[in-house]
Ligand binder design. Structure first.
Ligand code: ADP
Ligand code: ZN
Length: 737
């Protein structure tokens, strides 16, 4: 009798062996979805292996085969196994993150609906007489004649004729009502016009040559495409994909969630719409039904191009020819739950396992990827020029430090105001960027210095003026803003720092006739709000767009010739070794929004740290200069990319117990004698309290990551931590707070 190793849907790091009943023998393949007995329950699980070593003891039997063909491709099983090892996560969690919930669900299926079609062209005479007495049926018939075949529910809603009449027509064999699959297609009502391939310029051709070589290679290497903003990276992706399709293969494109705008998706659909290859989209705004249908289409080979955010790296494409990771430096590729995978790194591993070329693109590649390229592990392709000789924008650094103690802080520097005014006069557009939502960062009492803090988290509350509330941006706690200081009674409270709302108000005061819109997590709560505002901006119905990160990425608006950055150095104050890198990347991204048309753009960066290297290198568009200095600094301090970090975090309601758990864990770690590894901590996390929980961290820094994670992993698997304490492990963390 054959034996199957099955990972059931429970959070354990184990696979269990089951006997395959003879009746199911041919159906149980690798990746099959089965139902198995588990303790006193019955669970869905996935077949991950067929162990040959005879198992002693009596095995229980597989109860049912839920999907006979391989539900999960073997390549993805292998990828999940790698993830579980590398990220020290339970195998089940790794497998479950590979399979979207929408398809795991026990009754996940295509949607079946009733479809109505006429069986005859005209009503035969003998029926006509009978129908005269059945008025509703006759009306239904005429309605169908008019509208043509359709879903029963729609026909009956639109006509106002109940289902009884339709069933009557079916009984008379005048119409057929049958069950059909309705595809929940997110593009249903969105036809696109085909876009033509552009004539690639010399730099694009050189980049494409490299990518093609790797696509054709036996063991493809990763290609890093470093192209300044507006240099036509997307065109390189599109032509590389076209090449892959011509070889009969499929392509996967990852973009950061935030950049997965209708604009981006349309770009891809428009190029391939004539080829009938099927473009599927996977992102978090799809309904569960849409996600199920998209996944199944991909699995069945009906979609040969997939575009999606982070988790789309697991799209079940067969016969992959290319994986593109756009904006590879983006931190949103990192998964915040277990397993804490980085989609870019998973893409690279998937490429390695499936022998597929991987193309990483960015205007500001991460130091990790750049380091690999410099060491010769990745191939480097560069686009140094913007297309059509559009020039890089001029970047002005505006020093907004107060000259004297009594001078009020500058919100909008005169130079920026002047520049916006000039744009409005010329009917061009401006984008004003700020890293923080809300009105002002916090309320501080001018008399006693009291600052309102979140009762659950160790951060200050942000004032939202429209709602007149104080809100925590970590846990969403909110309460009405007090008029006077709750400690000393002084009124009014003074606003410290600035947020998007306040900037919007200041702009409205400076430019009373301008059309101003704000884009941040507060105004963009609705599902379509984002697309709508961007659409209006693209049509020139908005003059000034104010917003957070949300507007920094990938947008292409040729009429934007002015970009303002309100406070560039806020992010520099974050206690994270990547703070400089982030600020540099952000400034380059933001300034990339300016001057993407015939008029040269200008960027105004307001800062209190005008000489900070991140700001100075950004000012000169000097990526090479920045990375050289930053890599030297990272090297000296033994930071990534030279060494790797592992962050262990414990969270709990009791400060002492939480620390105690980590103290003990630190001792266990010391006893492991990990090679080339330093252990620091436990220490309180930079955000020492969040969501009513105290947070402590242990930092591991190692030269030998692949030797270390397999030794660490057993400490965390199937382990019960005391009380309500949660311990997580994050390999290659991007969020150190
Ligand atoms: P990036 O992603 O590098 O910032 P995009 O791919 O958005 O740049 O390209 C900027 C603009 O240039 C787009 O409108 C694109 O259609 C156009 N473009 C790209 N390649 C060419 C080309 N070879 N000739 C003319 N226009 C091009
Ligand atoms: Zn909070």
């Amino acid at each position: 009798m054959r034996i199957a190793r099955v990972v059931p849907e429970v959070s354990l790091d184990r696979a269990f062996d089951y006997a395959i009943p003879a009746a199911f023998d041919t159906q149980v393949t690798l990746g099959a979805k089965v139902r198995v007995p588990f303790k006193s329950r019955s669970l869905v699980g996935y077949v991950v292996d067929f162990p040959t070593d005879p198992h002693t003891g009596k095995l229980r039997e597989i109860e049912e085969v839920l999907s006979s063909r391989a539900f999960l491709p073997a390549a993805l099983i292998e990828l999940a196994q790698w993830m579980a090892q590398y990220y020290c996560a339970p195998l089940t969690n790794a497998l479950l993150s590979v399979l979207p919930k929408a398809v795991r669900h026990a009754d996940a299926a295509f949607k079946q609906r009733l479809w109505v079609e006429a069986l005859v062209k005209t009503i035969p005479e003998e029926a006509a007489a009978a129908l005269k007495r059945a008025k509703a049926q006759l009306a239904a018939w005429h309605f169908l004649e008019e509208s043509g075949p359709g879903w029963l529910a729609d026909l009956s809603r639109e006509s106002g004729i109940g289902t009884a009449a339709w069933n009557g027509l079916a009984e008379r064999q005048l119409i057929a009502i049958e069950s059909r699959t309705q595809d929940r297609d997110p593009f249903q009502n969105a036809p696109v016009a085909e876009s033509q391939t552009r004539l690639a310029n010399a730099e694009q051709i050189a980049a494409l040559t490299i990518v093609r070589e790797e696509i054709g290679a036996k063991k493809p290497r990763v290609v890093l495409l470093h192209g300044v903003t507006g240099s036509g990276k997307t065109e390189v992706y599109l032509q590389a994909i076209a090449h892959v399709l011509s070889l009969g293969k499929t392509a996967l494109v990852l973009v950061p969630e935030i950049a997965l705008t209708p604009q981006t998706v349309e770009h891809f659909r428009a190029r391939f719409v004539g080829q009938k290859v099927g473009v599927a989209v996977l992102h978090s705004h799809l309904s569960s039904g849409e996600r199920h249908d998209q996944w199944q289409h991909i699995r069945a080979g009906r979609a040969r191009i997939v575009i999606g955010a982070r988790s789309a790296v697991f799209a079940p494409l067969d016969n992959l020819g290319l994986i593109v990771v756009d904006e590879e430096h983006e931190h949103s590729y990192k998964q915040e739950e277990t397993p804490h995978y980085h989609a870019r790194d998973v893409a690279v591993m998937r490429g390695h396992l499936e022998r597929v070329a991987v193309l990483l693109g960015s205007a500001t590649p991460s130091l990790e990827s750049f380091h690999h390229a410099r060491e010769g592990k990745y191939r480097l392709a560069e686009l140094r020029q913007r297309v059509e000789e559009f020039q890089m924008p001029v970047i002005h650094v505006l020093d907004i430090r107060s000259k004297s103690k009594n001078e009020p802080p500058t919100l909008l520097a005169p130079k920026l105001v002047e520049a916006i005014k000039a744009r409005l006069d010329r009917h061009e557009q401006a984008i004003i960027f700020l890293n923080r939502r809300g009105y002002s960062s916090s309320l501080q009492c001018p008399q006693c210095g009291y600052v309102e803090e979140c009762p659950n988290c160790s951060v200050t509350l942000t004032f939202h003026r429209r709602a007149n509330r104080l809100r925590c941006h970590l846990c969403d706690f909110a309460r009405p803003a007090p008029d006077a200081c709750p400690v000393c009674g002084f009124a009014p409270f003074k606003h410290a720092g600035v947020g998007t709302e306040k900037v919007e108000d200041a702009l409205a005061a400076a430019f009373p006739t301008a059309r101003i819109e704000r884009m941040d997590a507060d105004t963009m709560r609705g599902k379509d709000a984002y697309a709508k505002t961007l659409g209006a901006f693209g049509e020139g119905k908005i003059d000034i767009l104010v917003g957070t990160q949300m507007i920094a990425k990938g947008l292409h608006f040729p009429r934007v010739t002015c970009v303002g950055v309100i406070n560039a150095d806020l992010a520099l104050q974050i206690p994270d070794f990547r703070a400089s890198e982030r600020v540099f990347q952000l400034l380059m991204q933001v300034s990339g929004r300016s001057g993407r048309g015939a008029v040269r753009g200008e960027v105004f960066v307001q800062t209190r740290a005008p000489f900070h290297p991140a700001i100075q290198f950004a000012r000169h568009h000097d990526y090479a200069g920045f990375v050289e200095q930053e890599l030297e600094f990272r090297g000296k301090l033994h930071y990534p990319p030279f060494e790797r970090f592992i962050l262990i975090t414990a969270r709990g309601r009791s400060e002492e117990k939480t620390q105690f758990v980590l103290d003990n864990l630190a001792k266990e770690l010391e006893r492991l004698n990990l090679p080339a590894t330093e252990i620091a901590g436990p220490a309180p996390a930079p955000i020492a309290r969040m969501d009513e929980r105290y947070r402590f961290q242990i930092f591991l820094r190692t030269h030998r990551i692949t030797a270390v994670t397999p030794r660490l992993r057993p400490l965390f698997m199937d382990r019960q931590w005391p009380d309500d304490i949660r311990v997580t492990i994050d390999v290659d963390p991007v969020d150190l707070l």
